[in-house]
Write a protein that binds this ligand. Structure first.
Ligand code: FMN
Length: 139
């Protein structure tokens, strides 16, 4: 059964480009093999990730990600059964916090900073669907 899991977490310490590159490399290495697609955002020290795939596989991957010492305060924000994937083209796309994306982040923010912890599931779903349509993805 296909599900979508969305969670937020905080960087445990200041992460450099090498850390992010390492996370993406692991994602691209493992997720394609696992049949997991999704997107990862990093903004002001907060990760927001959406994982899509088989229920058992996504759960196992989430537990593996939970144990990663590079982040903490992990909270599941949305977990739902889906009929189809949104992210068919990427094993894991990264949306960095570039100036061009700031408006998109703020559009769905309750306060002046992007804060996924305070977003409703409806806002989160709209955010990810807009990410998919409007944002230039980087390798
Ligand atoms: C915010 C965050 C998101 C991550 N997302 C993924 C992911 O989607 N897939 C993945 O395999 N690893 C992901 N990782 C890395 C895993 O925690 C772990 O380091 C990696 O799966 C180990 O892969 P390996 O056994 O191939 O070395 C993520 C780590 C962090 C901190």
């Amino acid at each position: 059964m296909l599900i979508q899991l969305t969670y937020a977490s905080r960087c445990a310490h200041a992460l450099g480009p090498a850390d992010v590159k390492d996370i993406l490399a692991a994602s691209q290495r493992n997720n394609a093999r696992l049949g997991v697609t999704g997107a990862l955002c990093l903004n002001h020290g907060i990760f927001l990730q959406q994982l899509e795939g088989d229920r058992m596989v996504v759960n196992a991957l989430y537990h593996q990600i939970l144990r990663d010492p590079r982040h903490r305060d992990t909270v599941i924000l949305d977990l739902s059964e889906i009929t189809h994937r949104q992210f068919t083209g990427w094993s894991m796309g990264l949306l960095p916090s570039l100036d061009t994306n700031r408006q998109l982040f703020l559009k769905y923010s309750v306060g002046s900073e992007f804060d996924p912890y305070s977003m409703s599931t409806v806002s989160l779903r709209s955010f990810f669907s807009e990410v998919l349509q409007n944002v230039r993805w980087l390798e």
